[in-house]
Design a protein around this ligand. Structure first.
Ligand code: AMP
Ligand code: GLY
Length: 422
């Protein structure tokens, strides 16, 4: 089979490496991919949002199956366009991707179907939001309605900060059109858990749970990032909580989407917070998470391509989706300065013994040399029977990768290990 993967980060690299385990796979094209994947896929310089070029490429290159990984093309209707020319896809159509594309949609969906989430109000005018904020409880959480490169959420711990957030999103257009409507919601507290789930619109198969580490600094300090490391499974996600989520969140969400005529096929990401009153949905994503995928897929024992195709064809219930009982860890190595300004173009040196365990996010090839080309450069991973060993091996491997100014957190998984030792 000839497969096309739309996207170009560490998540896509993890997907590509896993797909290659299937003997039926002849060639994988990454659109656009990045230089760090050149050994695993054929790189095609077409941007993930350039739907016309993606469709043209699929048509001219006898593509048998497409995996659309990032949020933007999904929300723009990449799957709809590829299906029109007869290319089966993994990923939701635009009508279902709206579950991530519009926070107003997802909040209203949860309210309508009684799915537990933070209390909220929707505002279409800044004046109404200011009025509400005069005596709203603080801290409060302000979210731009649309996609905002993962930056559209502001947690305001002071009233002035909340007012300033509304001004910047609604009046100054900080996130463009994405901020013409906002959600203001209740601030929740508790450990966060990410659960990715395969679904064909009827059956839902949750994958092993995971935990992201979003802040740049050790001890969860400093600015928010795209994610500095992940571990799986997440020890806060106990069997009781998993059963609760299946019954009160996962199945109701899939059924709600179907009932709305927006059947969701693909990977649905549940961002959960385990509050003292039980699990709550913080956000839905219409795709695999990054860097969650880098720890979840290495633990998948079943064949990814088989599962994906069963998802597309609506026969997920017939498919085995099995995860190992072990643990996985991923440590992100970033360019010094990220998430603020940083320099790129530094050579990446990597011991051959670790390259199979590295998922590259931001790099480019110049001749044979791999150079840094992004904030988050790569993720170094390991699996092991225990989380402790997975972390130990991942950090040992980090020691065998280097580039100028490389920065990484030293405490990935520490909180999870603390809980386990409790
Ligand atoms: P999101 O971009 O929706 O993933 O939100 C980014 C982060 O903001 C989440 O991972 C949470 O840590 C935090 N967050 C979002 N909504 C809430 C909320 N209602 N209460 C507390 N924290 C939140
Ligand atoms: N790791 C969070 C996300 O993929 O949005």
């Amino acid at each position: 089979m000839r497969i096309m993967v739309v996207g170009g980060g560490g998540r896509e690299h993890a997907i590509i490496k896993k797909l290659k385990e299937n003997k039926k796979v002849e060639e994988i094209f990454a659109l656009p991919g990045n230089g760090g994947m050149a050994n695993d896929a054929t790189l095609v310089p077409i941007g993930a949002k350039d739907l016309d070029a993606i469709v043209e490429f699929a048509k001219n290159n006898a593509i048998d199956y497409a995996v659309v990984a990032p949020d933007d093309p999904l929300v723009l209707g990449c799957v709809d366009r590829l299906e029109e020319i007869g290319v089966p896809c993994f990923g939701p159509r635009a009508s279902a991707a709206i579950i991530e594309g519009s926070k107003v949609f997802s909040k209203n969906l949860m309210k309508k179907y009684g799915i537990p989430t933070a209390e909220y109000r929707v505002f279409e005018s800044a004046d109404d939001a200011y009025e509400y904020l005069k005596d709203a409880p603080i801290p409060t959480v302000i979210k731009a309605d649309g996609l905002a490169l993962g930056k559209g959420v502001i947690i305001a711990t002071e009233r002035d900060e909340a007012l300033a957030a509304v001004r910047s999103i609604m009046e100054e257009g900080r996130f463009g059109k994405s901020g013409s409507r906002i959600v203001i919601e209740e601030f929740l507290e508790g450990p966060e858990v990410s659960v990715l789930a395969f679904t064909d619109g009827t059956t839902v198969c949750p994958m092993v749970s995971s935990m992201d580490h979003k802040r740049i600094g050790d001890g969860d300090t400093g600015l928010n990032t795209g994610g500095m490391g992940t571990i799986a499974p997440n020890p806060f996600y106990t069997e009781d909580i998993a059963n609760n989520c299946m019954q009160n969140i996962f199945v109701p969400t899939i059924n709600a989407m179907k009932n709305e005529g927006r059947e969701f096929r693909g990977c649905l990401y549940f961002g959960l917070m385990i509050t003292k009153d039980g699990p709550r949905v913080i956000e839905y994503n219409c795709r695999f998470g990054d860097p969650e995928t880098q720890v979840v897929l290495p633990l998948l024992e079943s064949d990814l391509l088989e599962i994906m195709m069963a998802t597309t064809e609506g026969r997920l219930s017939e498919c085995e989706v099995k995860f190992s009982d072990g643990a996985a860890a991923c440590v992100i190595m970033a360019s010094g300065g990220y998430p603020e300004s940083y320099k790129s173009g530094y050579p990446i040196r990597m011991d051959e013994s670790v390259s199979d365990h590295v998922y590259v996010a931001g790099a480019r090839l110049e001749g044979n040399e791999l150079l840094t080309a992004g904030g988050r450069v790569l993720g170094v991973t390991a699996t092991a029977p225990t989380l402790e060993d997975a972390l130990k091996t991942a950090y040992e491997r980090v020691g065998r990768v280097d580039f100028e100014g490389a920065y990484y957190r030293h405490d990935i998984g520490k909180r999870a290990l603390g809980l386990k030792k409790g």
